[in-house]
Design a protein around this ligand. Structure first.
Ligand SMILES: NC(=O)C1=CN([C@@H]2O[C@H](COP(=O)(O)OP(=O)(O)OC[C@H]3O[C@@H](n4cnc5c(N)ncnc54)[C@H](O)[C@@H]3O)[C@@H](O)[C@H]2O)C=CC1
Ligand SMILES: O=C(CO)COP(=O)(O)O
Length: 352
């Protein structure tokens, strides 16, 4: 029995986890912490170092073994520690997990590039598009570091809290270099974490970025209490829009129906733990975006990505009514109610 119709016959020469001694995690937020702990649980003598900004949080992690700001109440394995000092965090690390929000990633990477050897693979878990450049993380990383750096993009339906609780989770590791993707697969794979591989970096990245925008739309429909029919129709339309744009960018159809596509769309659009969905729900109930952002301590990447999608729709001449309506609601150009009315009254279509 296997999960795929293809056999993965290529084996790695050694075990990357056995060979690894130290892994640095950029960003001690909820997902960086959860993925760092997932690695640390696998190998008690692996050193996992979270590079954080806040000295108080750093102290809590080291003294209490708990991320008191982002994952309160969860004990971290003893082999996870934190530091605010980049050179000390990075020195000797064989891999770097990048979990800094997309809009802060360029400045962050520019700040640490002198300490990060160009041979250390970055395993990027951040999902979104950079405002201004419109870049995906696979473009932003070499652009910020001003050099080539091996990088793998790990995405899929994976709420930080459930990873922290060691609940079964499936993700996909995307890299043009199939061997490096398999290395990351072997690093994270465990009895509670399945990791597929793919070389479709663009597909995985665009699905991961756009599902956040769609989750805001799903939240708006929930917040307005429009019903199950409306929610299902909206998500199906959103899936088509993501497919239309992803196809233009050269993504593979298998990616869209896989973990980073449909899998993450379902999780984020229906799951109560989604920050993007919860931003949408509050907008749908009539709250102002400024108030929602001011009262949340965690990033909802879809808010910034929505504006970038409008530019992409224009650039690739593809009509994305649901995804671009989210940007208009966020920009206060449309109320949620007007957006729904507008979308429902677009011309009737033949499915494509
Ligand atoms: N939380 C989740 O369930 C998942 C999150 N992701 C993605 O992971 C990325 C990070 O998300 P979370 O950890 O959830 O965010 P978070 O809001 O919980 O934490 C963000 C972390 O980044 C740090 N940070 C922000 N700006 C920084 C800067 N300029 N320099 C250094 N550190 C900075 C913050 O201090 C914080 O520690 C996002 O792109 C998100 O979409 C992906 C899968 C699941
Ligand atoms: O990407 C995620 C789960 O895969 C997390 O989604 P939110 O950022 O909306 O919480």
């Amino acid at each position: 029995m296997r999960w795929s119709k293809v056999f993965n016959t290529r084996k790695l020469a050694g075990s990357p986890l056995e060979a690894a001694k130290k892994i640095v995690v950029f960003g001690g937020g909820s997902f960086g912490t959860a993925m760092g702990c997932a690695l640390a649980r696998q190998k008690p003598d692996l050193e996992v170092v979270l590079l954080v900004r806040d000295p108080y949080l750093c102290k809590d992690i080291n003294l209490l073994h708990e991320n008191t700001r982002y994952l309160k109440g969860f004990k971290m394995p003893p082999n996870v520690r934190a530091t605010t000092h980049a050179p000390e965090a990075i020195v000797g690390a064989q891999y770097a997990v990048h979990a800094v929000p997309v809009q802060s990633s360029r400045a962050f990477l520019q700040g640490i590039k002198e300490y990060l050897p160009s041979s250390v693979p970055i395993i990027c878990v951040s999902k979104g598009l950079e405002v201004g450049s419109g870049q995906m993380m696979s473009e932003l990383i070499p652009s910020a570091l001003e050099r080539k750096q091996p990088a793998v993009f790990l995405s899929g339906p994976s709420f930080a809290k459930e990873v922290m609780q060691n609940r079964p989770t499936g993700v996909v590791a995307a890299c043009k270099d199939a061997k490096l993707a398999r290395t990351v697969q072997a690093l994270f794979a465990s009895p509670t974490m399945r990791v597929n591989t793919t070389t479709d970096v663009v597909g995985v990245e665009i699905c991961g970025a756009l599902k956040n925008v769609l989750a805001i739309a799903a939240g708006i429909v929930e917040g307005m209490d429009l019903g199950h029919n409306a929610l299902a129709a909206l998500i199906a339309q959103g899936c088509s829009e993501i497919r239309w744009l992803a196809e233009k960018l050269g993504a593979k159809p298998t990616t869209m129906s896989g973990l980073s596509g449909l899998g993450d769309i379902m999780l984020t659009c229906y799951g109560d733990l989604s920050r993007n969905r919860s931003v949408g729900m509050r907008l749908g109930r009539g709250e102002r975006l400024e108030d929602i952002i001011a009262s949340s301590s965690q990033v909802a990447e879809g808010v910034a990505t929505a504006g970038v999608v409008v530019g992409l729709a224009r650039k690739y001449r593809v009509s994305l009514p649901v995804l671009t309506a989210v940007a208009q609601v966020l920009d206060n150009n449309l109320t949620a109610r007007e957006a729904v009315f507008h979308i429902m009254n677009l011309p009737q279509i033949e499915e494509a």
